[in-house]
Design a protein around this ligand. Structure first.
Ligand code: HEC
Length: 187
């Protein structure tokens, strides 16, 4: 009986020790696995964080590129508009210069052409020529032009002096008539 008890004690101690080893092993394995999983998880999280950072960086780059493109487009539009404005300003200046030249040459041409009229119509155009004509100064240019054209064509004779006026106008060109009419109208 004593032997039996001793034997079972030895057995159970062996078993216990054996069991103890298994448990330890299992625990160690579990710990190792858990730490592996934890490591994997950390690695995954780190990867995810890195991916997210990369995506944010790409998005920022794309936004910057887009902003640059839009800025370039806006710059191009502004430059085009400025160029057009400049061109138009040049055109306007040229047109104005041309017009000023024309007005000046017209008025000086008109003044020159009127030189031979002063004897009858007066320097200021306010004399009734030979006591017969209307005062011509200040009449609308278009009216003067028309009357002179009619004298030139021989179709106008108000006070029986139409042929006299025809002689005055005969050698004048349309431009001369236009210029002198403007000059008389502005008197
Ligand atoms: C020798 C004098 C004389 C000269 C120079 C002369 N005229 Fe006359 N003009 C007359 C007389 C006279 C009349 C009226 C003619 C008529 O019977 O229709 C007249 C008429 C006119 C009229 C029409 C007036 C109206 O309202 O009916 C105009 C315009 C005119 N002359 C412009 C001119 C111009 C411009 C010149 C110079 C290029 C000129 N004349 C030179 C004598 C003259």
């Amino acid at each position: 009986m004593k032997h039996m008890i001793l034997l079972s004690l030895v057995c159970s101690s062996i078993l216990f020790t054996g069991c103890g080893d298994d448990a330890k092993k299992a625990a160690a394995e579990a710990t190792a696995k858990t730490s592996d999983i934890a490591k994997d998880t950390v690695t995954d999280l780190q990867q995810a964080a890195a991916d997210a950072a990369e995506a944010t960086k790409r998005a920022a780059e794309a936004t910057a590129r887009l902003a640059e493109e839009k800025a370039a487009e806006a710059k191009a539009v502004a430059e085009k508009a400025a160029a057009e404005l400049k061109e138009r300003a040049v055109e306007t200046t040229e047109a104005a210069t041309e017009l000023a030249k024309e007005v000046m040459s017209n008025s000086s041409a008109g003044e020159a052409a009127y030189a031979k009229c002063t004897g009858c119509h007066g320097k200021d155009g306010k004399t009734k020529a030979l006591g017969k004509s209307e005062i011509i100064a200040g009449q609308p240019a278009a009216d003067i032009e028309k009357k002179m054209a009619e004298y030139k064509a021989g179709t106008r004779d108000v006070a029986g002096m139409g042929s006299l006026m025809k002689g005055q106008v005969a050698a004048m060109s349309d431009e001369d008539i236009k210029a002198v009419s403007a000059y008389i109208s502005a008197m």
